[in-house]
Design a protein around this ligand. Structure first.
Ligand code: ATP
Ligand code: MG
Length: 563
């Protein structure tokens, strides 16, 4: 490809709306442009990278035995109503009506559509197992589209769905997909973690996320360097350190004027913050509940929502607390007229402090069972750095990451709701056992840039680079430079190397800037050393330049073919 004929609109300045390196560089280097919030155009360079990422995924999915198909983007509301997700999905679902006033949605994911296809075409255990995938544009009206391709409203996903006759078989398929995912992210040279994840709105039995380590990532991960345990904080467990047992002291109601935060109460009463138990009121769908948790821990709303099987959990507002007759800052479990859920952190806690449900008063030396009956304890706390690993008790580490893949063992949630049954060997009708497997294809393009860039631009790993080789003719007015440049260009093409030749009439400085920005992994520069019969060769990631004699260029090109 000749740069003079190509469309590569590079920018000198950082776009003002871009905050993270991938967003900045993909725009500046001419890979993408924004059409509207969270909606992007893939320019020729961007599309080339996207296709290469898709191919890595396609190869590994095909190798694992999954079958590619393509489902419609428009999905009828009836299907969403069958599973209840027409209501559950909320505002993220782009909804529209056809000319006959029938409701449709632009697919944000395709469990309903694929389950419909399978129920109409699968009858017996002999038709199973099946494992399908597609690579397709998805639509989600995200509340906060941001960071360029990282969180779009229109984006490209690989979504896959498996159908098995038993949970045992479904788990085997899930394992095969998990291994295929590892290969994909390794092929893409990403530094990633596979973490245990929450099943969230998609539902199901268990799930794993594949998370790329980047500072701007929205996923919070804890992991153990010793045994390899890793989980999204929404799902992370940890080993609970118990405080030493104590003799129970007499219960006391104490005057604590204007003292209400954990820190203030601990200071005022001269106790450790761990001895102050918070009573937090939440609204879970349409009911209120109270959570008891140690003062040094935070409630994890996802864990609480899962426990209560609630779709929406949030702290009660001041107004709601008032309506419940509660005194904000002094709420406590003794005499509280709400369902109480106690976190493990207060199990075996002695002589602790709680609010007294009265302005400016707390109870001191509270002891379980004597002063407060609690029958069950639940894991409701968010894991944090330093907590003991649930597997080996080594202190956990915390990091942020970007979710690029998510796999779920769905079980029969969708097949039961949509009556996707098969007849088993024993003649019985059973729901098909499903799994689903997503990869954010367009987000991956951003994730790669997040991990592969420097202060000058992108450094593409060879496997996804838009071109293999960039040839720069520094002075296009010099006939010999042009001749040598085109000779190498033709030779490279004949060897099957995808090459971009910078034949534009521009300054050498501007050409180098563009080359660094665009990030093609191999570069041959035809410049001053041509007088000595040499060209310069450089890898984008290194500062080292090698002078190569013209007779040796073919050898160099052949070595690039092997990369
Ligand atoms: P997130 O928590 O980031 O919103 P999700 O859990 O909603 O992700 P899934 O429904 O599991 O995502 O979708 C599969 C994959 O699609 C994700 O792992 C992610 O890589 C990608 N993805 C999801 N939402 C977006 C988006 N708005 N823009 C780009 N990629 C996305
Ligand atoms: Mg989401």
């Amino acid at each position: 490809m000749l740069a003079s004929r190509y469309f590569m609109p590079t920018l000198k300045e950082n776009p003002s709306e871009a905050q993270v390196p991938s967003h900045i560089y993909l725009i500046r280097a001419g890979f993408i442009r924004s059409l509207a919030a969270g909606i992007y155009e893939y320019l020729p360079l961007g599309l080339k990278v996207l296709k290469k990422i898709e191919n890595v995924i396609r190869n590994r999915m095909d190798e694992a035995g999954a079958l590619e198909l393509l489902l419609p983007i428009l999905t009828p509301a009836e299907l969403w109503k069958e599973t209840g997700r027409w209501d559950v999905y909320g505002k993220e679902l782009f909804r529209l009506k056809d000319r006959k006033d029938a409701d449709f949605a632009l697919g944000p994911t395709h469990e309903e559509t694929i389950t419909d296809l399978v129920r109409k075409n699968v009858r017996s255990y002999k038709d199973l197992p099946l494992n399908f995938y597609q690579i397709q544009t998805k639509f989600r009206d995200e509340a906060r589209p941001r960071y360029g391709l990282i969180r779009g409203r229109e984006f490209i996903m690989k979504d896959g769905y498996s159908f098995d006759v038993s949970e045992e078989d479904a788990i085997k398929t899930y394992e095969v997909m998990k291994q295929a995912y590892h290969k994909i992210f390794q092929d893409l040279k990403l530094d990633y973690l596979m973490v245990e994840a929450d099943v969230g709105a998609i539902g199901g039995k268990f799930s794993h996320e594949f998370v790329v380590k980047v500072p701007s990532g929205e996923a919070h991960i804890v992991y153990c360097e010793k045994c390899g345990y890793a989980a999204n904080v929404e799902a992370a467990k940890f080993h609970h350190h118990k405080l030493p047992p104590e003799e129970a002291l007499p219960l006391e109601k104490v005057y604590t004027p204007n003292v209400s935060s954990v820190e203030e109460v601990a200071n005022f009463l001269k106790v450790q913050p761990q001895k102050v138990v918070k009573t937090l009121v939440y609204k879970a769908d349409d009911k209120f509940v109270a959570v008891l948790i140690r003062g040094d821990r935070e409630v994890n709303e996802t864990k609480l929502a899962n426990l209560l099987k609630a779709l929406d959990v949030r702290p009660a507002t001041s107004e709601e607390l008032q309506n419940l007759g509660l005194v904000e800052g002094f709420i406590g479990p003794i005499g509280l007229n709400l369902p109480i859920y106690a976190d493990y952190s207060i199990h075996e806690l002695y002589n602790f402090v709680v609010g007294a449900n009265e302005k400016d008063y707390h109870y001191k030396n509270v002891n379980l069972q004597r002063d407060l009956k609690v029958e069950h304890f639940y894991d409701l706390a968010t894991a944090k750095e330093g907590d003991p690993c649930p597997v080996c008790k080594e202190p956990l580490k915390e990091t942020t990451g970007l979710e690029v893949g998510h796999i779920f063992l769905l079980g029969t949630k969708y097949s039961s709701a949509m009556k996707a049954y098969f007849t088993d060997k024993d003649g019985k009708e059973k729901p098909i056992v499903m799994g689903c497997y997503g990869i954010g294809v367009s987000r991956l393009m951003a994730a790669i840039v997040e991990q592969y860039h420097d202060d000058k631009g992108i450094i593409w790993p060879d496997i996804v680079a838009p071109f293999d080789l960039h040839i720069l003719i520094l002075n296009v007015k010099d006939e010999n430079s042009v001749k040598v440049g085109f000779d190498i260009y033709e030779k490279a093409k004949s060897l099957g190397i995808d090459v971009l030749l910078d034949d534009r009439d521009m300054s050498a400085g501007a050409k180098f800037k563009d080359a660094d920005l665009v990030g093609i992994p191999n570069r041959i520069v035809i410049g001053k050393s041509l007088n000595e019969g040499k060209v310069e060769y450089q890898r984008r990631e290194s500062q080292d330049k090698t002078l190569v004699e013209l007779e040796k260029v073919e050898e160099l090109l052949k070595s690039l073919v092997k990369r």
